[in-house]
Design a protein around this ligand. Structure first.
Ligand code: COA
Length: 380
């Protein structure tokens, strides 16, 4: 294949980096599908565990297949003591995403080596990593607060068990289900930055712990998964419904980004945001509203009125933070929750990449000089 030289597409926007059958987005129409199934149907009828199986295997599981997968996840929720000790040794004022990165590396060191070219070994590692992620996140959240680790409860779903391990209390059914749906909505999203990162690392035939740890570094950034945390900080800064218009005026004239809005692919409302807004409404109707929710609704109207014609609408991060805050989850644990879900997507892409791998090695457009003289340090 010949490559056109001297044409750079910044951020590789719209340039295919792989062939993939895992998920599909139509950014103009606001469509997201996992393995062909619209996200709305999965949010209404499915569970995170079933969606993870779907992403990994390309079709919905039978009851027996789902039972087997769930049992495997439950068995892998318990971490080796050495991993828990590593998590407990981390500084409590560090970011939980950094702790998760450490956790993945530690888990890899306490687990059998994985031959990335062996599909059977990949499946075992995938279950281990999906199951371990919520335990790693909850273990750090508790250890930094000086609280004992809460052992996983095998009777609970991934979502409800995470809340149990985080808070030491079983969540209300509605709260567990809302988090379950949030995990479904975040599980995959085509060639986003962290998935691209995962595939690049995968292409070196590195191990899946490194694949996930690298993807965490990518997800952490404020232009990607880190935005949900910043949405809440932004709403707190605005402070009241009456202050929304004035704050937005200032932000637009300063050419500042409004967190939770805009998307590289969606030029209409992100369908995940629509689903999360429904969940938020249900949570607030059941458990009472918060000022943040009211400010968020006003901000959505104001931003869409001012910037909608530029294709700037709420993205998935806009409502997720408000929902998690209502669940009592600390702000800096929002992005790790994104990771609890997205690890299923990363590993589906890892498996797909390994089935037809070629090492990523893009080109560049050289903008430097040639033949420069080495100047001895005494002459500089
Ligand atoms: N607030 C204000 N203006 C925004 C904006 C936002 N959130 N997102 C995009 N824009 C503006 C840009 O300033 C640019 O304006 P210009 O044409 O006058 O220069 C125009 O819309 C196109 O934006 P661009 O940054 O090229 O879009 P992108 O597709 O590269 O960016 C994001 C996508 C996600 C990086 C961007 O929308 C953003 O930073 N959003 C906030 C962070 C966020 O919520 N991230 C989570 C994504 S799921």
């Amino acid at each position: 294949m010949t490559v056109k030289e001297n044409i750079l597409v910044p951020g590789l926007a719209g340039i295919p980096a792989a062939e993939s059958a895992v998920s599909y987005i139509d950014g103009q129409a606001g469509v997201l599908e996992y393995r062909g199934i619209p996200i709305e149907a999965l949010a209404e009828h499915s569970t995170f565990e079933e969606v993870a199986w779907l992403l990994l295997n390309g079709r919905l599981p039978t009851q027996a297949e789902l039972d087997e997968f769930e049992a495997k996840l439950i068995a892998n929720r318990t971490l080796p003591q050495g991993v828990l000790d590593t998590i407990a040794s981390l500084p409590g004022d560090g970011h939980p995403m950094a702790a998760l990165q450490v956790g993945y590396a530690a888990l890899g060191m306490h687990s059998p080596d994985v031959n990335a070219l062996d599909p059977g070994q990949r499946q075992e590692a995938i279950a281990r990593l999906i199951a371990a992620t919520p335990t790693l996140v909850a273990a750090f959240a508790r250890s930094r607060a000086g609280m004992d680790f809460v052992a996983p409860d095998p009777t609970l779903s991934t979502a409800a068990n995470f809340l149990w391990m985080l808070n030491g209390e079983k969540p209300e059914d509605l709260v567990g289900r809302v988090l379950d749906v949030a995990l479904i909505l975040h599980a995959d999203h085509t060639m986003n930055a962290s998935t691209f990162t995962a595939r690049v690392v995968a292409s070196t035939e590195s191990d899946p712990y490194s694949v996930c740890a690298s993807a965490i570094g990518s997800l952490k950034g404020p232009l990607h998964g880190g935005a949900n945390e910043r949405v809440l900080i932004q709403l707190e800064k605005i402070g009241s419904v009456d202050a929304v218009e004035g704050w937005l005026d200032q932000q637009i004239s300063a050419k500042g980004k409004i967190m939770g809005f805009g998307h590289r692919v969606y030029k209409t409302k992100d369908p995940r945001s629509t689903n999360l807004q429904l969940l938020a409404r249900e949570m607030f109707e059941t458990f009472g509203s918060t000022p943040m929710y009211d400010i968020a609704l006003k901000l959505e109207d104001a931003v869409v009125a001012r910037l909608g014609q530029k294709g700037i609408y709420p993205n998935v991060d806009f409502f997720s933070g408000i929902v998690y805050q209502k669940m009592g989850i600390p702000t800096d644990v929002f992005t790790p929750i994104f990771a609890i879900a997205r690890v299923a997507g990363w590993l589906s892409h890892w498996d797909e990449q390994m089935n037809d791998n070629r090492l990523f090695r893009p080109g560049q457009i050289f903008t430097g000089t040639h033949g420069a003289r080495y100047v001895p340090i005494s002459e500089r």
